[in-house]
Design a protein around this ligand. Structure first.
Ligand SMILES: NC(=O)CC[C@H](N)C(=O)O
Length: 309
């Protein structure tokens, strides 16, 4: 049943790649073939379902904000993380900075660039990038995850906007550690290369409340996972989060590499790769795959049939 629906969802959504473009402001990402599409579902009873390009490596980009937030909650604590970063959808583009200028304002949430850069500034003094990489491999059950050097250098060469955001945050006292080290950490995390399978693995871990499905080891606390999933639901698709919540209703996080990480609580992790993006930076075909799965498998968080299937 799941495999049939997944195969149909990918086939039906493939043409939508024509409606989007790969991200161009990070030149290395614009070289990716926009016609890729893959979707992977891992279920809590051990099922593994794949359709399309689920083994192709791509850049995790903003989906790493979920990992940084989770680790920051574990290492720094809720009060520190949310002292100056909000929990509200911004309604603005992921790289917006206009509102930050106003007196007393701070980043709306940790899923947009400003919020994630602030969170990384709390995290970076406490953990090395190498340890973050090792932990990401465990969270995703994918030992092959690595730093894509080309993407890292490409983004570092086009970092002006994020650098402006970071220095504005420093000026406002939101960032108190070294700005350049924070930016380097942030871009490294965005440059990890994953597959749709890795994201499905991370999704299943979050669906299971932080316990690694492969080993039974608890990797994240239930409190951390609850906060992360809630923020994914309200803010994970940038300024498309509200529409996505109505139409799909699955806590998700997208990235400009074309990935989407989705969590069907207690039941499944879903990973998507479709690098053609819409104007908000979300995978066009990926969103369609998720809409199809949500409707056919009753995965919407408020679907009356969701617990009975
Ligand atoms: N939306 C994204 O995936 C953005 C991440 C990207 N590294 C940036 O900072 O702009």
């Amino acid at each position: 049943m799941i495999q049939t629906v997944l195969t149909q969802a990918v086939a039906a959504s493939r043409p939508a790649a024509e409606l989007g473009q790969t991200a161009s402001y990070i030149p290395e990402l614009s070289k990716v073939d926009k016609h890729h599409l893959g979707a992977c579902v891992f279920t809590s009873d051990g099922g593994r379902y794949s359709a399309g390009d689920t083994k192709v490596r791509f850049s995790i980009q903003s989906i790493s904000k979920v990992i940084s937030l989770a680790v920051a909650l574990e290492l720094c604590g809720f009060e520190t993380v949310f002292a100056q970063v909000g929990m509200e959808p911004s309604g603005d583009a992921f790289n917006a900075m206009g509102k930050l200028e106003a007196a007393g304002s701070s980043p709306s949430n940790p899923m947009i660039n400003a919020g994630a850069i602030a969170v990384d500034s709390y995290l970076e003094p406490k953990i090395s990038f190498d340890r973050m990489l090792a932990f990401t491999r465990k969270l995703c059950m994918d030992p092959e995850i690595g730093l894509d050097e080309k993407v890292y250098h490409s983004e570092m060469s086009n970092i002006s906007r994020n650098r402006a955001i970071a220095y504005l945050l420093e000026n406002k006292g939101v960032i108190r550690s070294d700005v350049e080290r924070t930016l380097d950490f942030y871009v490294r995390m965005c440059s990890l290369s994953v597959t749709a399978e890795s994201l499905a693995g991370l999704g299943l871990l979050l669906a299971g409340g932080g316990i690694c499905p492969a080993t039974g080891e608890r990797l994240l606390s239930p409190d951390t996972v609850r906060v992360v999933k809630t923020i994914m639901l309200t803010c994970g698709m940038y300024d498309g989060s509200g529409t996505f919540a109505v139409q799909v209703g699955i806590p998700s996080k997208s990235g400009v590499g074309g990935g989407i990480l989705s969590v069907v609580d207690r039941r499944m992790g879903i990973g998507i790769f479709g690098p053609a993006l819409d104007g908000k930076g979300n995978s066009v075909a990926g969103e369609r795959v998720l809409r199809h799965l949500s409707q056919q498998l009753h995965l919407h968080i408020f679907d009356a049939d969701s617990q009975t299937d």
